[in-house]
Design a protein around this ligand. Structure first.
Ligand SMILES: [Zn+2]
Length: 493
């Protein structure tokens, strides 16, 4: 049995098991027969890593051994005074200055000395870029925005760590990010039933956010559902938990901003994956597919009401929560949502919806994304809409799929799995990676082709990747392969 068939077989088995019933349970019992019973699942008290994440980053010191300053180094051993001149009326950089103070304390560097670390405003080429000028008695961290200053402060800390002591190399360093949005995920959904378990009622602890900020993360996603949070006259019964969730979201956004991290909403919308979810189309048939009798109907972007709903869905949230980073919407490939659900990205079929079938498939995609992007940008012009096509079996795509970047409006970023479709020889046999591989850094051939088309069309492109673990060894929480990660990031340039 080759790999694709086996993967599909496993998927089918999971479906059977998920469907429940005595027969599925009997199959599972049969497989487990003769094996030791599983140990009981440990409670949350065993999650000691959560407590570790909460701790300040520099507890325990740096382990530096005393040494003299080398030629070409500024010497900070007699102490540092921080001169925070960069305008910061909202206090967004307080966490970074506090972190620097703790860093210096952990290195036994007095904070009332004569060496000055100064932050100030200067022009830079892009957001988060910075310049560091080191002289014998002063280090200037210059940037055009708070996040450039934050990155500069972390870079000064890193420079001392690299020097294994309170020393900085004399001269000027300029840096800018080559990946604009570096978003990590969080599996706790923004859901009325999933109240944050931290003592302060937030999803993330300050210590954890500080660690992620140092690791270069500047975005986090939180899973939301339209049904819970959006407001639209087209489906007035939606948004039943809206006020509570919006308040929680605002609080989360503000906490993360203090670490230079934006919150992105993750969604698989407009969701109507099963008969229950389809209820709203039964109540509001005017926004459903024009499909022949007997065919499943989905939300139709070619209808006025459907397009209006897509606009309202994002506008009603982004207008209520300032400073949201954007929305990552899994537009194609997972749950049933729009009329494009009936088209595989591997085939040239047209949708069963007669209204959508009059357009090219790429034009249907344009009409799904355009009202969502407009709804978002009318409320927050800086927010990003990322359309994620989750297509694990990405060995090839139909021609229409490669037409998406040229046809869609350019105010949307397109995202594909970077590794889906990678190939590698393992013990003399050719293997294909479907989703989330580390062994082959990527990009896969289909990703590469799609990204080139997107670049040609002037469309921003995003890569969905794994960095800590992967589906190759899904039970191992961390697989340290820095060389492969280096190659993965290098390939993104
Ligand atoms: Zn349609």
């Amino acid at each position: 049995m080759n790999r694709p068939t086996r993967a599909i077989a496993l998927f089918m088995f999971v479906l059977c098991a998920a469907a429940g019933g005595a027969r599925a349970q009997a199959v599972i019992d049969g497989i487990l027969k003769g094996l030791e019973p599983l140990p009981p699942r440990p409670g949350e008290e065993a999650w000691t890593f959560v407590q570790e994440q909460r701790k300040p980053l520099w507890e325990g010191g740096h382990g530096w051994s005393p040494r003299e300053a080398a030629a070409g180094e500024a010497d900070l051993r007699r102490g540092v005074r921080v001169d925070a001149r960069f305008p910061d009326p909202e206090g967004l950089l307080k966490t970074a200055y506090d972190d620097l103070a703790l860093f210096l304390k952990a290195g036994n560097v007095p904070t009332n000395g004569t060496f000055v670390i100064e932050t100030a405003k200067a022009e830079t080429p892009v957001f988060e870029a910075y310049r560091i000028e080191v002289a014998a008695d002063r280090c200037r961290i210059l940037a055009a925005d708070t996040e450039g200053i934050r990155r500069g402060i972390f870079a000064v800390e890193d420079a001392m760590r690299a020097a294994c002591g309170p020393f900085l190399i004399l001269g000027t360093v300029e840096r800018k990010p080559f990946i604009k949005s570096r978003i990590s995920c969080y599996f706790q959904p923004l859901n009325i039933n999933r109240v944050p378990s931290s003592p302060d009622g937030l999803y993330y602890s300050d210590g954890y956010l500080n660690r992620m900020a140092h690791d270069g993360i500047n975005g986090l996603w939180l899973w939301t559902r339209f049904e819970d949070i959006v407001k639209s006259d087209t489906i007035p019964e939606f948004g039943k938990n809206r006020d509570v969730l919006l308040a929680r979201l605002r609080q989360q956004v503000e906490q993360c901003r203090r670490y230079g991290i934006k919150i992105y909403l993750f969604s698989i919308e407009p969701e109507n994956g099963d008969s229950n979810k389809n209820d709203y189309l039964k109540r509001h048939p005017e926004m459903g597919s024009d499909a022949p009798e007997g065919y499943t109907r989905f939300l139709c972007p070619s209808t006025q009401a459907g397009a209006r709903f897509l606009y309202d869905a994002l506008n009603s949230v982004f207008s209520e929560v300032p400073h949201l980073g954007g929305q990552i919407n899994l537009t194609l490939g997972e749950y049933a949502s729009t009329c494009l659900r009936t088209v595989s990205p591997h085939s040239d079929r047209k949708p069963t919806c007669r209204a959508c079938a009059k357009k090219s498939n790429a034009e249907v995609m344009r009409d799904i994304l355009a009202p969502m992007a407009k709804g978002m940008h009318d409320a927050n012009p800086d927010a990003e809409l990322i359309a994620w096509y989750y297509i694990p079996f990405a060995t090839s795509f139909a021609d229409w799929f490669y037409e998406i970047p040229a046809v869609c409006n350019k105010d949307v970023s397109l995202q594909l799995n970077f590794e889906s479709g990678v190939t590698k020889q393992v013990f003399g046999r050719g293997r294909t990676g479907y989703d989330y591989w580390l062994a082959a850094p990527g990009p896969s051939v289909p990703y590469d082709r799609f990204a080139r088309v997107a670049r040609q069309a002037g469309m921003p492109m995003s890569a969905k990747i794994q960095t800590c673990n992967s589906h190759e060894v899904a039970t191992a929480p961390q697989i340290p392969v820095p060389g492969l990660l280096y190659r993965k990031f290098k390939a993104m340039r």
